[in-house]
Design a protein around this ligand. Structure first.
Ligand SMILES: [Zn+2]
Ligand SMILES: [Zn+2]
Ligand SMILES: [Zn+2]
Length: 173
């Protein structure tokens, strides 16, 4: 029991359960602080633009496409050329501060920045809210199946699609 509680505590180190009501201001602030500290420690440049893109991704914990991000940047005067958004997103993804969701071709801010982890995503098909789940070995089953056929797994992406608690409540209403 204690270890489950500890694991849950560790999993929630930077962001709480984002499907639940939470102090979102604190959630955003803690994530940005963690990313800033990690950039400093690793000698990475978190420019104003890169930081702003991360903030935009964090705003509603929703998956955003590159063009959604670009539209926001253009509104704020950062420029309207696609590379502006793509380069910033590439930086965030390359350094583990954001993840790309393959199925939606969209991006989310990482809930465990600066930690080595294997992301697994719970994606709400209605509101596109994304929770990054904490799984120790999401790829275990696949690894066994792959080994049986002599396949070498290099990367496993876990994306579960469904309904968040709020959208389930809305469907029942
Ligand atoms: Zn939040
Ligand atoms: Zn992550
Ligand atoms: Zn939802």
């Amino acid at each position: 029991m204690a270890s489950w509680a500890a694991a849950r505590e560790a999993a929630l180190a930077v962001q709480p359960d984002i499907f639940a009501r939470h102090d979102h201001g604190d959630c955003v602030r803690r994530t940005l602080e963690t990313v800033e500290a990690d950039c400093t420690a690793r000698g990475l440049r978190l420019t104003a633009l890169r930081r702003r893109v991360l903030e935009i991704l964090l705003e509603a914990h929703r998956a955003l496409g590159a063009y959604d991000v670009l539209a926001r940047l253009a509104e704020e005067g950062y420029g309207s050329q696609p590379p502006v958004a793509y380069r910033a997103l590439d930086f965030l993804v390359a350094h583990g501060f954001a993840h790309k969701l393959q199925r939606l071709n969209a991006f989310v801010a990482c809930a465990h920045p600066g930690e080595r982890h294997r992301p697994a995503f719970l994606i709400c098909r209605t509101c596109l809210a994304v929770q990054e789940a904490h799984l120790d070995m999401p790829s275990e089953g696949i690894a066994g199946a792959a080994e049986a056929v002599g396949f070498t797994v290099e990367r496993v992406v876990v994306e579960a699609e469904g309904l968040c608690p709020e959208c389930q409540a809305a469907e029942r209403a």
